[in-house]
Write a protein that binds this ligand. Structure first.
Ligand SMILES: Nc1nc2c(ncn2[C@@H]2O[C@H](COP(=O)(O)OP(=O)(O)OP(=O)(O)O)[C@@H](O)[C@H]2O)c(=O)[nH]1
Length: 471
């Protein structure tokens, strides 16, 4: 029987749809065939600038620009004089590297020129490359798109790479690196393998149901595999918003009565004068948002109008907007002497500001309040404690990328996971084994599309739009 089942596992793994493996779309990247070139390091004056090429004429380009005109050994840096291929004019002394395909980032022949980073050197070398027949400037993300097309990166790894390039905080960098290293892809791959096994069991029953040699309980095994998978997928979907928040930033709202020191705290946390600080109550009238790195997590920090009643229509509108902002993670700042906050915040971190005005080492001045932190925006005392408390809150809200399972970082991951769960729901409902097998294939197709299997072409333009030229 096991031989029968293994054959079926192999067949189920092939299936009518592409399984979730680490491979590209199979479709050639637009315009692949041409050799592309671009500055891959940042724009502007710098010590070293890296210019690279990818495509069949890379070797020819390297020989055309370097003296001596032979290819350096593969993947070894060599010092060469760069000259213009037509005029012979010296352009720079550069380190050059030759990466013959398929052992290169894109899977194609690639060359790199590490030149001195002056604008004239860079434009001279780019112009020289443009004069080599068969070469054209690369479009944004075209190197990575070719890497994807040649199966060098899965789609989740491409997304991880895009996130790594855009990462502005430590938590974002950690998360992006984990995705680039294939953690999310491996997770989906593991789920797809479970589905393949379940499918093999169902197909075995369809083909050999009457065969005495067929092992007992194959359908029950498939059912239990599906149940386990459902639990795992549901757990990930429950956490789905965390990964997206980690990419886009959590909302942190500073709210409280007028003159509490909200603007002072926003300026302190963002390390720049975002808001006007003044002893006059009611200075901040509207919600002021600024992106910040809070204890390694990305956040959109909002300063709000002081919450009070009986003011004019403009300030009242500010108060209304402030209350509306208190939907996410709120830090409510209150001064000594104010009443307990009544805001209906989902997550509240209470800070008692102006602690420098309190007697040193005295008892807690506000034992009537819920647990709170003491802070002085004036002296900075208590700031480390507040940052640590924020780090814990944000790790809850965004997910901690140092530990825990890989996060779903995009809406499309969530969409396909939900699609997979829905298909598993159909599997459980139907009594028809052929339809059950089809539901499992459908579920597996959704998982495959997360890592870039068939049917992802429509999202490629959106994903690669996030890249810069040269990547
Ligand atoms: N002593 C002391 N004064 C502070 C501290 N933080 C802020 N202040 C002062 O308190 C006053 C009000 O500060 P703001 O930051 O403008 O207060 P706010 O809550 O934004 O005020 P509104 O715009 O009215 O809502 C200013 O004079 C600040 O210099 C602090 O920790 N200690």
């Amino acid at each position: 029987m096991w031989r029968v089942l293994w054959t079926l596992v192999a067949r189920a793994a092939r299936g009518p749809r592409r399984s979730c493996t680490r491979q590209g779309s199979g479709a050639p990247a637009p315009g692949s065939g041409a050799t592309i070139f671009a500055l891959s390091s940042g724009q502007g004056r710098c010590g070293i600038a890296v210019i690279r090429t990818s495509g069949p004429s890379s070797g020819h380009a390297l020989r055309s620009l370097t003296a001596p005109r032979d290819l350096p050994p593969a993947r070894s840096a060599c010092l060469r004089l760069l000259t213009h291929p037509h005029s012979g004019e010296p352009l720079d002394h550069a380190l050059v590297l030759w990466f013959p395909g398929p052992q290169s980032f894109t899977g194609e022949d690639c060359a790199e020129f590490h030149v001195h980073g002056g604008p004239a050197v860079v434009s001279g070398v780019l112009q020289a490359l443009g004069s080599v027949p068969g070469l054209r400037p690369a479009e944004a993300g075209e190197f990575t798109r070719r890497a994807f097309a040649h199966g060098k990166l899965s789609l989740t790894e491409v997304e991880g790479l895009a996130d790594l390039i855009h990462a502005e905080t430590e938590a974002q960098r950690r998360q992006a690196l984990r995705q680039l290293d294939g953690e999310l892809g491996h997770l989906c791959h593991g789920w797809a393998k479970t589905l393949t096994k379940a499918l093999a069991h169902v197909e075995a029953y369809i083909d050999f149901g009457e065969d005495d040699n067929l092992e007992e309980g194959v359908l029950e095994q498939a059912d239990s595999q599906v149940r386990e998978l459902e639990l795992a997928l549901s757990a990930h979907l429950r956490d789905a918003r965390r990964g997206q928040r980690l990419r886009s930033g959590a909302h942190v709202v500073v709210a409280g009565p007028p003159n509490a020191g909200k603007s002072s705290l926003v300026n302190l946390l963002s390390r720049k004068p975002v808001s006007i600080v003044s002893p006059e109550p009611g200075t901040t009238r509207d919600v002021l948002e600024t992106p910040v790195d809070l204890a390694g997590f990305p956040a959109l920090l909002s300063d709000t109008a002081g919450l009070r009643e009986g003011v004019g229509p403009v300030e009242q509108e500010g108060v209304r907007r402030a209350r509306e902002s208190c939907n996410f993670l709120d830090t409510v700042v209150i001064p000594p002497g104010a009443g307990s906050p009544s805001e209906n915040s989902r997550r509240l971190l209470l800070v008692l500001n102006k602690s420098d005005l309190l007697p040193r080492g005295g008892p807690d001045p506000r034992p009537d309040l819920p647990p709170h932190l003491l802070l002085s925006c004036l002296t900075g005392e208590g700031l480390n404690g507040l940052l640590e408390a924020l780090r814990k809150e944000l790790a809850e809200v965004c997910g901690d990328p140092s530990t825990g399972p890989p996060l779903l970082t995009r809406a499309r991951h969530q969409h396909h996971l939900q699609g997979c769960l829905d298909a598993l729901g159909h599997y459980k409902q139907t009594k028809d084994l052929a339809l059950a097998a089809e539901a499992l294939r459908l579920a597996r197709g959704h998982l495959g599309r997360i890592t870039g299997g068939g049917g992802t072409e429509e999202v490629l333009d959106i994903i690669f739009r996030d890249f810069c030229v040269g990547k």
